[in-house]
Design a protein around this ligand. Structure first.
Ligand code: PLP
Length: 398
């Protein structure tokens, strides 16, 4: 047999999905597992959005749409970007895709050439390095420090820039740290990108999930920012619509957006017509339900922080957004924990699920090997129960 393509064999499959699947399997076998693994809101999509999808079906809105998305949705996205982010885009600059993940893929397809370097800030969402590699680029990691709340400085970014650097992928609010950058911090980072003429892929998917401070879009930092920034956003996290698969990119100009639309027309054609229809409703209807959801996450975040105070051997790094908290577990490496000696965060995560029936995400593939990530997209009772199990289990460490 001839060999398989390096493009596919060099990709690391998503560990988050594997651990989530393991927790689901145990649950289906009747084991009472508390899962802190969720990368999505735990509530259903709001009823008015579901009703809108039903309306789309009844109206027969079930055919192909333009590859880059319907005119109605692209217009609704422009209105959202104006209203909430102070950004001016024309519908021709928007490409709607099957989730923000595909939007990022399309952008990288469009800007990255073989051998180009793309900077990512660790801890990072584990998909970034894989998508860079698939597109022929080299991910270059800069490590944000825990003592700085996992926020990177402009100097740290600049130290990674070489003649080959093409772009940076930036993510605020951040998965997995929850770090939210303020306008001043973003401006300083943008100055470095302008100075070195880098594209900025600004992943703003968690923008509505902020509990202190406010979101500022990278593209809103002036003309020079706008002309190099691809704003990535979508319906998944803000509207509890992960399964609907609608994300989008706002490109600096219509020409670039057209290229991405052209690529997508051959990759997947248009995103789901019904989901697009319902997304127009989601974006144009009042955000009361969403505000309620955000407030709920805010309460859970405080509860999680409080409960984590009772867990021995860990350090907690608190962020202001998304629905994750980073917990340093490296003090447990080399200790006897329930008869085993963990050496990595993955070992700790495996022991937690096996012996304490608590599922967490080890952060090796997020560029943070001393940490596990806990999601607070779960009920308050489960948060209390799960953290107590972790505390009791870690208390056995010798
Ligand atoms: N960006 C970040 C940082 C994420 O955490 C996720 C999902 O987990 C996405 C993008 C992709 O979202 P989707 O493809 O569901 O729109």
């Amino acid at each position: 047999m001839k060999g398989l393509a390096k493009r596919a064999t060099s990709v690391t499959p998503s560990l988050t999905l594997a651990i989530t699947a393991q927790a689901k399997k145990l649950k289906s076998e009747g084991v009472d597992v508390v899962a802190f693994t969720a990368g999505e809101p735990d509530c259903n999509t709001p009823a008015y959005i579901v009703a809108s999808a039903k309306e789309a079906l009844d109206k027969g809105f079930t055919k192909y749409t333009p590859a880059s998305g319907t005119a109605e949705l692209r217009t609704a996205i422009c209105e959202k970007l104006k209203r909430e982010n102070g950004l001016d885009y024309k519908p021709e600059q928007i490409v709607v895709s099957n989730g923000a993940k595909q939007s990022i893929f399309n952008v990288l397809q469009t800007i990255v050439e073989e051998g180009d370097e793309v900077i990512i800030v660790a801890p990072f969402w584990l998909t970034y390095p894989e998508l860079i590699k698939v597109n022929g680029g080299t991910p270059v990691t800069v490590y944000a420090k825990a003592e700085n709340g996992f926020k990177i400085s402009p100097e740290e970014i600049e130290s990674a820039v070489t003649a080959k650097t093409k772009a940076i992928i930036f993510n605020s609010p951040n998965n997995p740290t929850g770090a939210v950058y303020n306008e001043c911090e973003l401006k300083a980072i943008m100055d470095v990108c302008v100075k070195h003429d880098l594209y900025v892929v600004s992943d703003e998917i968690y923008e509505k999930l902020i509990y202190s401070g406010k979101h500022v879009s990278m593209a809103a930092l002036g003309e020079k920012a706008y002309e190099r920034t691809f704003v990535i956003n979508g319906m998944s996290k803000a509207y509890a619509m992960t399964g609907w698969r609608i994300g989008y990119v706002a490109a600096p100009d219509a020409k670039t957006a057209k290229l991405m639309g052209g690529l997508q027309s051959h990759e997947t054609s248009n995103p789901n017509s019904i989901a697009q229809y319902a997304s127009v409703t989601a974006l144009s209807t009042g955000d009361d339900v969403i505000a309620e959801m955000t407030a709920r996450f805010g309460r859970r975040q405080k509860l999680m922080w409080k409960e984590l105070e009772s867990v021995p051997f860990v350090d907690v790094v608190k962020g202001d957004g998304a629905f994750y908290v980073m917990v340093k577990v490296s003090a447990l490496f080399g200790k006897n924990l329930g008869g085993s000696v963990p050496k990595t965060a993955l070992d700790v995560a495996n022991l937690l699920i096996e012996k304490a029936h608590v599922a967490v995400i080890p952060c090796e593939s997020f560029g943070a090997p001393d940490y596990i990530r806990l999601s607070y997209a779960l009920g308050e009772d489960d948060i209390v129960k799960g953290i107590k199990r972790i505390a009791d289990f870690f208390a056995q460490a010798k």
